[in-house]
Ligand binder design. Structure first.
Ligand code: ADP
Ligand code: MG
Length: 277
């Protein structure tokens, strides 16, 4: 049978910083509904890859196509418009906003809203949006759709509901008062509610303990069950085996192995790359 066409196609992607090849000619495909993970030791080029794919960095050369539209070199806002949402390695939520507001923000631009959603009525949302620049464009991008206000409220409530138990019913607390793990979880929820074609997650469990990591795995499995297409960047090899269909291992900006999670994880070349750091 013919393989379905890739949703994301990356070919010979290259990016150097002052002569250092951070990403050195990588190529891969991401198919609709697939969870693909990029693993590799620190400094292997994972975040740079995500930054190239999401328009936060411009490649020196190479192709990035989403659904046959060339996006290499386009701005973060334009890439978001094509349906790609991302989270950041260090986590970016608005600490003074509540969890519910942070999640609702992910839905705001999605709706092409010209006035604050009722869920956001009590916050100076427009001031926030104007301060956000490229990050804001990437967070709030995506093709606009029209929704009834009550459907909007229900959709936000559904997203909040899923996290209520895990968050200890703290959805109306300022996000800065939550644990680091819950702030990262809020960030993923905000990306998820924007209904992206592709969700890019940069080390969603960075800095988390084992039980927090396990909870994020549950969250990722939930997204996977819903059929989301996910590109996950992870330093922890054990974690990716639980959620990934395919794994790519990077070292020194290059792909050193790819395929089945367990095969890649136990590949001597990959083990060596990790041990060498
Ligand atoms: P990873 O996410 O796998 O840890 P990165 O993509 O962050 O790796 O980094 C890959 C390499 O590129 C590293 O050597 C890093 O120091 C370098 N690098 C990343 N971003 C920049 C930058 N903005 N300027 C200069 N060097 C960078
Ligand atoms: Mg990184």
């Amino acid at each position: 049978a013919q393989k379905a066409q890739a949703l994301l196609r990356v070919r010979d992607l290259t990016k150097s910083f002052n002569g250092l090849r951070a990403v050195d000619g990588i190529s891969f495909d991401l198919h609709r509904g697939e969870v693909l993970s990029i693993i590799g030791p620190n400094g292997s080029g994972k975040s740079t890859t995500i930054n190239l794919l999401s328009g936060f960095l411009e490649p020196d050369s190479g192709l990035i196509d989403i659904d046959d539209t060339a996006i290499a070199g386009r701005s973060a806002a334009e890439v978001a418009e094509r349906g790609l949402a991302r989270t950041f390695q260090n986590g970016r939520v608005f600490g003074s906003l509540t969890v519910r507001e942070n999640i609702a923000l992910g839905y705001h631009k999605k709706l092409g809203a010209t006035r604050p959603l009722s869920a956001l009525q009590n916050m100076p949302v427009l001031r926030w949006l104007s301060l956000l620049g490229e990050t804001g464009a990437a967070l709030f991008g995506g093709p606009a759709v029209k929704r009834e206000e009550k459907d909007v409220a229900q959709r936000i409530e559904r997203e909040v509901d899923y996290y209520r138990e895990r968050l200890g019913s703290r959805e109306d607390d300022a996000t800065y008062t939550l644990s680091y793990a819950n702030r990262r979880r809020t960030e993923i929820a905000r990306a998820h509610i924007s209904e992206p074609e592709i969700l890019l997650l940069d080390e969603p469990t960075a800095g988390m303990n084992q039980s927090e990591t396990a909870e994020v795995i549950q969250q990722l499995l939930y997204l996977k069950e819903q059929g989301h297409t996910i590109l996950l960047v992870e330093h922890k090899m054990d974690l990716v085996a639980a959620v990934s269909d395919t794994v790519i291992a990077m070292d020194g900006g290059r792909i050193i192995a790819s395929g089945d999670p367990d095969a890649v994880r136990t590949d001597p070349v990959v083990v060596e790359a990790y041990l060498g750091k």
